[in-house]
Design a protein. Structure first.
Length: 271
């Protein structure tokens, strides 16, 4: 089985998952797909998101990935079954992964409108922690503002204050960053939240779950020593987009710490 890890998101956000994967498994080979022609997913209909997921996963399957990471909470919430049916390989989701790791009974979730409306986080958390109080907040302004690149904007701070207000009022002690774009807001959210509130990135839990799968495919788990030199992330990662490659490469630099080579692909062609 191929040890190539496939990841997908609507845009830049899934790069937060890719970066954690690269840091934890420095020998891994990855294929990242940003469906930038259709970003953001979070304000699309359920039918749209499920159809998009089927197309994206079919394309990744034909690139012969050995495991698929849904680096998009919206697709995870609304189309996990589609991905599992289409992938033909193990699928790792963000929502179930982090739900199993939470140790709190007062949880807030910041997510896209589609993810929040689906109740996916609440169901997953209750499956592991039946008595937990879970409050999901849709944050439609976040992804467009984050993709625009100005994380210090007044509009972003005002939006964050509004989205956090009901969580603070409810007395949550844990806030899940329920969209892969949102880790970029960690400094701002930390500043606005009470000091005792913990911010949780689901990517950490999902990437941890990859270890046994990579080992079974002949990949090298974390911490395993090797005489083979670690290949730089840029040389073992293929980055593809459905929109403008140059714009994505420019934006990706601050997410990955290097400027990746990016190629534009046609998702309708799965050969």
């Amino acid at each position: 089985m191929s040890a190539l890890v496939g990841l997908f998101d609507s845009g830049l956000g899934g790069l937060t998952v890719l970066r954690r994967l690269q840091e934890r498994y420095p020998h891994s080979s990855c294929l990242y797909l940003g469906d930038t022609a259709r970003v953001p997913y979070g304000q699309r209909s359920v039918a749209d998101i499920r159809a998009i997921a089927a197309e994206v996963v079919a394309w990744l399957r034909h690139q012969q990935v050995g495991v698929l990471v849904m680096a998009c909470n919206t697709s995870n919430a609304l189309a996990l079954d589609v991905a599992v049916a289409e992938a033909g390989v193990p699928v790792v989701g963000l929502i179930d992964s982090v739900a199993a790791d939470l140790g709190s009974d007062r949880v807030g979730v910041l997510a896209t409108s589609a993810t929040a409306a689906s109740g996916a986080y609440r169901r997953a958390i209750h499956a592991c922690h039946p008595h937990a109080q879970v409050l999901e907040i849709g944050c439609p302004a976040f992804v467009p503002l984050i993709e625009a690149g100005d994380l210090q904007s007044v509009q972003l701070e005002e939006a964050a204050r509004g989205y956090l207000a009901p969580l603070v009022a409810a007395g949550v002690d844990t806030v899940v960053l329920g969209c892969t774009h949102y880790p970029m807001l960690r400094p701002l959210l930390t500043e606005l939240l009470p000091p005792h509130v913990r911010l949780v990135d689901p990517a950490e839990s999902a990437v941890k779950r990859l270890g046994p799968l990579l080992a079974s495919m002949g990949g090298m788990p974390e911490g395993e020593l090797s005489e083979v030199a670690v290949v730089p992330p840029a040389d073992r990662t293929r980055v593809c987009v459905s929109g403008c490659a140059e714009a994505f490469a420019d934006g990706a630099s601050r997410w990955l710490g290097y400027r990746p080579a990016v190629e534009r692909v046609d998702l309708r062609s799965v050969g």
